[in-house]
Design a protein around this ligand. Structure first.
Ligand SMILES: *Cc1c(COP(=O)(O)O)cnc(C)c1O
Length: 382
């Protein structure tokens, strides 16, 4: 929680910085552990959502595995306590170097997305005299009802193998001797808030299972990916894990000896982070008043990239409500956090919190305009 004591400490710190509330992170992990444990699910945290080492160490301490999209992520995850044997590797464009390094690290599974990729993994495994375990990422053609940039399972998506080529893929796999197909994998998008979307995914999974078992292939792993959304309007609210896990458990028809795998990213870390910034100037525009803050799209790109809306709070004013456009200092018109929102009357030097910024915030920070990267402060340090 951001208390008045925390705010007093914030005043002495250079802004902007990410503030991570570790109590929130722990309680989220605990909840996921309980809910997934009840049903015997395996959880692999999607490292790309927030690869901060301290965050990773906390998440790995709950015994979760890691879902990585580059070898650098695999290396970071393992150095922060994740087991190599509980690490999966996804992505449409795995490089030869990444594949080779992952093979040496002895990871659990490659989530494969195309025949050419499987051929490369097979030949690298052959060279090393190894057999690589894979799961097939399948594009299930399900509209995730989220922003188009974070929709990944529709016909135009670059991700996964198409259902119409599935038979051909399974046929091709028979001749790839250094690959061992253990599962199927799906990830249809991110920030999904309609539970009915996950229900559609389950019924598609059941159909695909019929098709695959008709080819006499037994699968051990059904990996439903990540995507569970959080409530950006209410940063204090925990994600709907209970509803989500029980829905998947109810609707996926598991066969004997099959295990469900999950890859939550945003839902694990989103609500534990806030971006703390200071107001530089209040400037009158022709139709609006700008609150120009010292955090910009280089610190948190989600509003510019996905029109994401984060809750914004002025931590240091309790004046009467006034409307502002809250913008950053970067030389891009997209560098805007909110338009025409109500804040208590705001002045130069006020502290602003952009909430629910724990996922895809610090992870996506850049040095555009040669700006400094944002700082990081943990709740147990202040
Ligand atoms: C990004 C990603 C995830 C995590 O998605 P969230 O929406 O953050 O839960 C899971 N699996 C794969 C393959 C991903 O690319």
């Amino acid at each position: 929680m951001i208390t008045s004591k925390t705010i007093a400490r914030f005043r002495d710190l250079p802004t902007p910085f990410y503030f991570y509330d570790l109590d929130v992170l722990h309680s989220t992990c605990q909840k996921v552990l309980e809910e997934s444990g009840k049903a015997g699910f395996k959880v692999h945290y999607a490292v790309k959502a927030n690869p901060n080492p301290r965050i990773l160490k906390i998440i790995s301490s709950y015994g979760f595995g890691a879902d990585c999209v580059s070898y650098n992520e695999i290396e970071r995850a393992i150095s922060c306590g994740f087991e190599h044997s509980e690490t999966v590797f996804a992505g449409v464009g795995k490089t030869d170097r990444d594949i080779e390094a992952a093979l040496e690290a002895d990871i659990l599974c490659y989530n494969c997305e195309s025949i050419p990729e499987m051929e490369v993994i097979n030949s690298i495994a052959k060279k090393h005299n190894k057999v690589a375990t894979i799961a097939l990422r399948i594009n299930p053609y399900i509209e995730a009802h989220t922003h188009k940039y974070i929709t990944t399972g529709v016909a135009e998506s670059k991700f996964g193998v198409n259902t119409w080529e599935l038979k051909e893929v399974l046929e091709r796999l028979k001749s790839l001797q250094n690959l061992n197909l253990k599962g199927i994998h799906f990830h249809i998008g991110s920030q999904i808030t309609k539970m009915s979307v996950f229900k559609s995914l389950c019924s598609r999974i059941n159909d695909l299972q019929e098709l695959i078992s008709s080819q006499n292939i037994d699968l051990e792993i059904i990996n439903v990916g990540g995507g569970l959304g959080i409530d950006y309007g209410n940063p204090e609210k925990a994600p709907r894990f209970e509803e989500y896990f029980s829905l998947i458990r109810e609707f996926v028809k598991l066969r004997p000896d099959q295990k469900l795998h999950f890859e939550p990213g945003r839902s694990l870390v989103g609500q534990c982070g806030s971006l703390i910034s200071k107001v530089l100037y209040i400037k009158s525009g022709s139709n609006t008043t700008f609150a120009i803050i010292d955090a910009g799209m280089t610190d948190l790109i989600r509003p510019a990239l996905y029109q994401a809306v984060h809750k914004i709070e002025n931590l240091t004013s309790n004046g009467k409500a006034v409307r502002y456009d809250v913008v950053g200092p970067v030389c891009e018109s997209a560098d805007s956090f909110a338009k025409y929102i109500e804040l208590p009357e705001t002045r130069r030097g006020d502290l602003i919190a952009i909430r629910s910024a724990g996922a895809y915030g610090e992870a996506m920070a850049s040095r555009y305009n040669l700006r400094d990267l944002p700082g990081v402060v943990f709740s147990d340090e202040i």
